[in-house]
Structures are given as C-alpha cells and as structure tokens.
Design a binder for this molecule. Structure first.
Ligand code: ATP
Length: 221
C-alpha cells in the first residue's frame, strides 16, 4: 500500500512540527505558508515547500491539494483564513481535513462547514498538564468524547501488591481497567487476582466525572 501523503497549511510552531515529524517518519509532505521565511525554514526537511495563500482557490488547485490523503489546516490567529481555507478544501473534495481551532466557537464553525476533525492543541495540552498537576500519577489523558476519557495512571505506592479485585475500581468509581502497562509489555486482559507491582501503569476508561473522582482518590504518589 502506498504511503499516505500529507499537506500542511500554516507553518507556525504547530504546523511546522507536524510537517517535520511526518517527514522524518518518511512520509511525503507538502508544506504551505504565505510567509516565505516560514516556508524556507522547513524547505530542507519536507518533500515540497511552497509559499502560497491558502484562501486563493486557484493557487490551491494548482498545488493539486485535492490529491493529498490528509490536509492539516494549522492557521491559528487568523480565524477568517482558517475558515475560508477549510471551506475551499471541502469544496474541492479533499477527503480528510483536520483543522486546528483557536476557540470553542471557531471549532463549532469548523465542524459546521465540514472539517473532518477539529483539534484544540492549547486547550488539550492545558487539560493534560492540569490533570498531571492534580494527580502526578496521571501520565496521560486522552479524550474519547466530550464525556469520556482514557487515562494512564501510574500505580500509587499504597497499591503495590494489591490486585484489581481488591481495588474494585469498577464498583467504586464506575471506571474500567482496560490494560496494565508493565515496562514494554501491555497486558490487555488483566486478571483480577494478579498482584500489581511498582511501576505498573493502569489504563483506565470512564466518564470524566468518575475519572476525576478516581484521580483525586489516588492523588498520592
Ligand atoms: P502556532 O502554531 O505557532 O501556535 P498560531 O496558532 O499562532 O501558530 P499563526 O501564527 O496565526 O498560528 O498561523 C500559523 C501560520 O499560518 C503562519 O505562519 C501564517 O503565515 C500562516 N498563514 C496564515 N494565514 C495564511 C493563509 N491564508 N495562507 C497560508 N498561510 C497562512
């Protein structure tokens, strides 16, 4: 199967880091920005780097943007450009458009005009940091929907040697332990009587309000 091809529009910190990473992973990347200097900064890393205004439909057509598997719109400050660009890409029939939103309202508009995925990097990173500040055991927090998340929780010291049956997370917090990460291994069918060990990481799914209670209960390292 041919490797996916990506186009990244807007080469601020967010867009350029996506472009660089994908290129380093061996993917074909078209990087676009109206600012020639920003284009220059990534030109030596990505497959093609082009200076163009993404609100110019003709320019986008000329770049063959429609043929890319995924187009990421990483324009933050200029909300009008972000929305116009998304509309143009949608009109051209781009199959997978991922757009960075600056605010909830911006995100709503993007969803309405047909963005396939809207991301809120600052909000999500802020939430992650906040979760980690409340409970240093929370290593990762992934939103599944507006109401549900998955967290990676480092096993608190008080629970070393206990098993999942004794923790009784399902009954106490309405959350489910999906897996236990142990070093490089991942036990995706953890046994209820298996003693938990130092450095184990529990992968837990639940409603956000239930996970918050659990995080607070296990806030001690
Ligand atoms: P960061 O990712 O650094 O947080 P940001 O969210 O502040 O960035 P901006 O700096 O506003 O986003 O925009 C990112 C890039 O998008 C800038 O380099 C800017 O030149 C580019 N950009 C903005 N409008 C357009 C446009 N119409 N066409 C092409 N590039 C554009």
């Amino acid at each position: 199967m041919a490797k996916k091809q990506f186009a990244i529009i807007g080469l601020g910190r967010f867009g350029s880091s996506i472009a660089k990473f994908l290129s380093e992973m061996g993917y074909e990347v078209l990087a676009v920005d109206e600012d020639a200097e920003r284009v220059q900064d990534v030109a030596h890393i990505v497959t093609h780097a082009v200076s163009a205004d993404s609100t110019d439909e003709e320019a986008m057509r000329a770049l063959g943007i429609r043929n890319f598997d995924v187009v990421v719109v990483a324009i933050g400050q200029d909300i009008q450009s972000s929305i116009l660009t998304t509309l143009i890409l949608k009109d051209m029939g781009v199959s997978n458009i991922i757009v960075k939103a600056q605010s909830e309202l911006h995100g709503k508009v993007l969803n309405k005009i047909g963005a396939d995925k809207v991301i809120f990097p600052e909000r999500d990173m802020g939430l992650r940091v906040a979760h980690h500040l409340i409970s240093p055991n929370i290593l990762e927090h992934i939103e599944l929907s507006t109401d549900h998340s998955i967290v990676d929780m480092k096993l608190p010291t008080a629970l070393y040697g206990k098993n999942l049956k004794q923790l009784d997370i399902r009954a106490k917090y309405n959350c489910n332990v999906l897996a236990i990460k142990r070093g490089e291994d991942m036990d995706i069918a953890p046994r209820p009587d298996e003693p938990l060990r130092e450095n184990d990481v529990l992968v837990i799914v639940g409603r956000n309000e239930h996970l918050n209670k659990l995080e607070q209960a296990y806030a001690q390292p």
